[in-house]
Ligand binder design. Structure first.
Ligand SMILES: Nc1ncnc2c1ncn2[C@@H]1O[C@H](COP(=O)(O)OP(=O)(O)OP(=O)(O)O)[C@@H](O)[C@H]1O
Ligand SMILES: [Mg+2]
Length: 215
């Protein structure tokens, strides 16, 4: 279980806190989402969780143990809002094997098939892929790291409905054996798939009653 306790983020350069007093528990097999308008702090929340930024106050725990930034970077796989900005490899093959020299080709192929990219050429340049393929590739890179926590920033943004459906089905499958948190400005798309949701507004989290199916 990943837990936030009174988490706050107030960088010196911001007039008001971006996030304040957030409490949240995320469980394996129970996908969750955080919705909020542009600028509400969704990406910032994922940066804190994944160890790319340090909270100003509060703590982040895994199974009751407080985690340092380095431990969070190891535990969490973050798929960025604009994955195309973060590709480092010149080819799909390089991108998949970044930082993992010993990765077997069979494992790579298995994960590519899992994200619906089984037919992709390893020689192709990542930036030449379509938006939906780039998102799936970024997801595959994270899945190969086998993170216990998967964080998806706007996984459906900019995708047309046919690709979007595929991404949604994939999210459903992926949430079974890991902690999964989606942040999105379009929570209604996840109805029926994700039952636990909060709205981020004015730096605070409030439960989204519409998503709840149980009392
Ligand atoms: N290090 C920082 N210094 C100053 N302000 C910051 C810092 N980090 C985040 N912010 C501010 O926090 C706010 C939230 O930004 P964030 O990118 O998390 O929003 P978001 O909900 O992901 O928006 P979008 O839906 O557009 O992606 C923004 O106003 C941003 O300027
Ligand atoms: Mg964002």
């Amino acid at each position: 279980m990943l837990e936030l306790r009174s988490l706050g983020y107030h960088p010196a350069t911001a007039a008001a806190p971006v996030l304040e007093g957030l409490n949240l528990k995320l469980l394996t097999g129970q996908p969750a989402l955080v919705a909020g308008r542009s600028g509400s702090g969704k990406t910032t929340l994922l940066e804190l969780l994944s160890g790319l930024a340090e909270p100003s106050s509060g703590s982040i725990l895994w199974n009751g143990e407080t985690l340092k930034g380095r431990q969070r970077r190891w535990l969490c796989g973050l798929v960025f809002q604009f994955p195309e900005r973060h590709f480092l490899g010149l080819t799909v093959g390089q991108e998949l094997k970044l930082g993992q020299r010993r990765l077997g080709s069979e494992r790579v192929q298995e994960v590519l098939e899992q994200v619906g990219l089984g037919a992709l050429s390893f020689q192709q340049a990542p930036e030449r892929l379509s938006g939906g393929q780039q998102r799936r590739l970024a997801l595959a890179v994270q899945l190969l790291r086998e993170p216990k926590v998967l964080l998806l920033d706007e996984p459906t943004a900019g995708l047309d409905w046919s690709v979007r459906d595929g991404v949604l089905q994939l999210i459903g499958r992926l949430s079974r054996d890991r902690v999964l948190l989606v942040v999105t400005h379009e929570p209604e798309l996840f109805r029926g798939l994700i039952e636990r949701g909060w709205e981020l507004r004015d730096g605070a989290l409030r439960p989204l009653p519409a998503l709840r199916t149980m009392p």
